[in-house]
Unconditional design. Structure first.
Length: 397
């Protein structure tokens, strides 16, 4: 029986609330399977900064790095919580870990379950077909337009002074201006594009016709970084003749994503493009309350819902916990994949089935899906399904 060391970072606002439900799910799995979790919770984020003057306790980064098989994050960000230099309070946590642990692949599945009603024009109706929305977006996670902030946060998390950046002059820019460099490297591009092709090799292809396809999304008609990214994509694609290539500019992609999602299997793109496009894509699956993500590196991994801390809903007990529970599902899948723990793989499959069944029946759902259930009502119902399905599985094993 494998022991999996999980570091839980609740963070801010509703991140704390959905983390409670994640712990409930892990304890349910532990009680109904051979799996064993050693869970360490570390308070962190903007609220913690306002309360204590620190983003997280000293040594937290090192603990996540050295004592964790996986990290589970709630959400980071709180009104008024800003560092003296203007950076996000809590940036050491979410950004420092992404950069400092070299979590270069941000993985965001976009899958629509049966029973989901899309909130459009203030009402609920099914807009997209569940049989035609099933893709994975792989976003480069350590470079691009966010690289400077990522690097500053990583340095701060490890107590390393950040080097001063020389002043520059930009022709045609007079007076006060701000700038953010957008470095895109061969190394960073190669590894995330290879990662995307590896995922495509494991999937069943597009929802429409089963074609295995990796779509490269960029703006290579304008930026040199994207030109490098696309050229590397084409190089790597040559090693995967069984996977169809596809390329599009980010502006056109956002249109086709909404109009023809069934065309997409795996999408690979740079940091900011992926950040924005996946928030849009969450609409296809029912909103941010359904959107889970993984941050994967060669040696470390972190899982989190795509949604933020939602201050206006904090304390009301109404937010959808499914994005967090699906993030736990992704964590279990990756733990099984990397450790060879078949019980983790079984648990991941059962959690996904429990969520899918819960949504398709539509009995207990939160407000964002047209229901009236509380956060804990939904997770309790899903945990009950998980417990029953695990019991059935191990009784027949």
């Amino acid at each position: 029986m494998a022991l999996h060391r999980i570091t839980a970072l609740p963070g801010d606002g509703t991140g704390r609330e959905v983390m409670t439900e994640a712990m409930k799910l892990l304890r349910t799995i532990e009680s109904n399977s051979p799996m064993d979790f050693q869970i360490t919770e570390i308070q962190c984020g903007g609220q913690h900064y306002l309360e204590t003057g620190e983003e997280w306790p000293e040594g937290s980064f090192e603990y996540c790095r050295d004592e964790s098989d996986a990290i589970l994050l709630g959400a980071i960000g709180w009104p008024g919580a800003t560092m003296p230099n203007g950076d996000l309070a809590g940036g050491q946590v979410i950004l420092g870990l992404r950069s400092g642990l070299d979590l270069y692949a941000n993985v965001r599945p976009i899958k629509l379950y049966k029973g989901i009603q899309h909130k459009i024009h203030g009402g609920f109706k099914q807009v997209w077909s569940p049989d035609l929305v099933d893709m994975v977006v792989v976003r480069e996670n350590t470079e691009g337009l966010y690289q400077t902030l990522l690097s500053r946060s990583s340095h701060a998390a490890q107590g390393i002074p950040y080097p001063s950046v020389p002043e520059i002059e930009i022709p045609g820019m007079d007076g006060e201006f701000a700038w953010d460099p957008r470095p895109i490297s061969r190394k960073g591009s190669e590894r995330v594009i290879r990662f995307a092709f590896d995922i495509a090799e494991r999937r069943s292809g597009t929802p429409s016709d089963g074609t295995s396809r990796v779509s490269c999304i960029d703006k290579s008609n304008v930026t040199r970084g994207c030109q490098l990214f696309r050229s590397i994509y084409l190089e790597i694609a040559e090693n995967h003749p069984d996977i169809e290539t596809d390329m599009a500019y980010i502006d056109a992609f956002t249109m086709w994503l909404v109009r023809q999602p069934e065309f997409y299997d795996v999408v690979v793109t740079s940091n900011m493009f992926g950040d924005i496009a996946t928030d849009l894509a969450s609409t296809l699956q029912g909103g941010m309350g359904m959107a889970a993500s993984a941050n994967i590196g060669d040696d470390h991994m972190m899982f989190e819902p795509v949604h933020g801390s939602s201050p206006k809903y904090t304390g009301k007990g109404v937010v959808n916990p499914i994005a967090m529970l699906s993030s736990v599902q992704m964590m279990l899948d990756w733990l099984g994949r990397r450790s060879g723990d078949t019980d983790a793989t079984v648990a991941a499959e059962i959690v996904e089935s429990a969520i899918e069944n819960q949504v398709s029946e539509g009995a207990t759902l939160t407000y964002d899906l047209g229901g009236e259930a509380s956060t804990s009502d939904v997770s309790d119902a899903i945990c009950a399904r998980v417990a029953s399905m695990l019991a059935t599985h191990y009784a027949s094993a």
